[in-house]
Design a protein around this ligand. Structure first.
Ligand code: NAD
Length: 383
């Protein structure tokens, strides 16, 4: 049987008899294109609660691997594995570019958050997180809420994104959205010569926790916002609350717009959508927006579309949860998040000056920080 993803080609045999050498060649985990020397991948299964989760620790050179837990009804387990590998890798670079002493990790729970998320399942998941002894620290992501993290906190200290009543920094989504807003302004400054978003036509795709808060920032500034989502009820709620338009067409990518803000799931910039894109700027919250970083980063550059790297501008959430570990307050959270404007502008200029993609420019800085820390850690061990 062949399982094909957009950017990953995996083969696995279900019923066919294969010889030992073939099995080696198949290498279902370590051989995946999404596998990038991840340190540890943990498969969690609990029959009683129905929990099926994967925790992925990409890299702990800069510190413990922190990243949210996503609950999603994946088509199959390969899709879940591919997602968690990609997401955890993204966290490594997000924390490094933001200057946080954290590594990259992420978890996915396979299932429908609306119908299958129970307190028992979340507690069991928390126990699995705890069993890793702090190498992985969790937080919320798609399908999770602050209350879920409060619940997980009852079985492990290795969780962030706790409610303010319980002593945490609260829901990270508004801060994530504020960081995206800052990054978008920097990208607008680079592309249009002004960071003012008034009258700019901006499509926000996905109006969940982050998308809504972004819409609020954008409408406060007078941008012309058009929203899209797969949830019709949510669309109507946000339309009425912020007086914005709902996208009625069936191919958002081909629409004339100033800015495209992907705030749903990843890989929306791919072979199919890229040739159609008319946006001048891409700046959004979704993780892993480029289906293939190098290829699609380059195609965006060639089309003259200014792409604000996702892992750079959506770091507000991790800045917010990091406050719980480092004990800094709201003022410092806002200062660090506002700084996303300066970092983004610098990276966009750097990319243009050096003829490299914006993704590469951000990635190179993050990688250099990780390499320097690895050297320092090794020297520390030798002394
Ligand atoms: P959410 O679950 O609250 O919202 C996601 C929204 O996207 C939902 O309304 C959903 O209906 C919609 N959606 C799903 N598929 C869609 C599609 N094909 N087209 C249009 N809409 C679709 O999630 P969130 O917390 O708002 O996060 C959004 C994105 O930002 C995710 O990719 C997440 O990983 C990323 N992110 C979130 C945070 C955070 O602080 N929450 C931090 C960094 C990155």
């Amino acid at each position: 049987m062949h399982v094909l993803f957009k950017d990953v080609k995996i083969q696995y045999m279900e019923t066919e008899v294969v010889n030992k050498n073939d099995l080696k060649k198949l290498s279902p985990v370590f051989g995946q294109l999404s596998f990038d020397n991840h340190e540890q991948v943990v498969f969690c299964n609990d029959k009683d609660t129905g929990l099926k989760a994967i925790i992925s620790i990409h890299n702990t050179v800069m510190g413990p691997a922190l990243g949210g837990t996503r609950m999603w009804q994946y088509k199959n387990e390969w899709e879940a594995l591919n997602d968690v590998l990609r997401l955890s890798r993204g966290m490594t670079y997000k924390s490094a570019i933001t200057g946080l002493n954290l590594g990259g990790g992420k978890a996915v729970i396979i299932g429908d958050a609306k119908t299958q998320k129970t307190p028992e399942l979340m507690l069991r998941f928390g126990e699995f997180v705890h069993s890793l002894g702090g190498r992985y620290i969790t937080a919320e992501d798609v399908g999770m809420a602050t209350e879920d993290m409060d619940l997980v906190r009852t079985v492990t200290p290795y969780v962030t994104g706790i409610s303010e009543e319980k002593g945490g920094a609260g829901n990270p989504s508004p801060i994530t959205a504020y960081g995206v807003f800052m990054g978008m302004k920097a990208a607008a400054k680079h592309a249009f010569g002004t960071e003012i978003l008034e009258d700019k036509v901006i499509y926000v795709q996905g109006i969940g926790n982050v998308g809504e808060a972004l819409v609020e920032n954008l409408t406060n500034e007078g941008a012309k916002v058009i929203i899209s989502d797969i949830n019709q009820g949510r669309l109507e709620e946000i339309r009425d609350k912020y007086n914005v338009k709902i996208y009625e067409g069936d191919n958002l990518y081909a629409e004339e717009m100033d800015i495209y803000a992907p705030c749903a799931l990843g890989a929306t910039i791919n072979d199919e959508t890229l040739p159609q894109l008319k946006a001048k700027v891409i700046a959004g919250a979704a993780n892993n927006q480029l289906a293939e970083e190098n290829k699609h980063g380059l195609l965006l550059q060639q089309k003259g579309i200014v792409y604000a790297p996702d892992f750079l501008i959506n770091a507000g959430g991790i800045i917010n949860v990091y406050a719980e570990l480092e004990n800094y307050g709201k003022k410092e959270i806002i200062r660090k998040t506002e700084n996303i404007y300066n970092t983004t502008l610098e990276i966009l200029k750097n990319a243009a000056a050096n003829g490299i993609t914006t993704h590469q420019a951000a990635f190179d800085i993050a990688q250099a920080r990780i390499d320097a820390r690895r050297l320092k850690n090794t020297k520390g061990q030798l002394n």
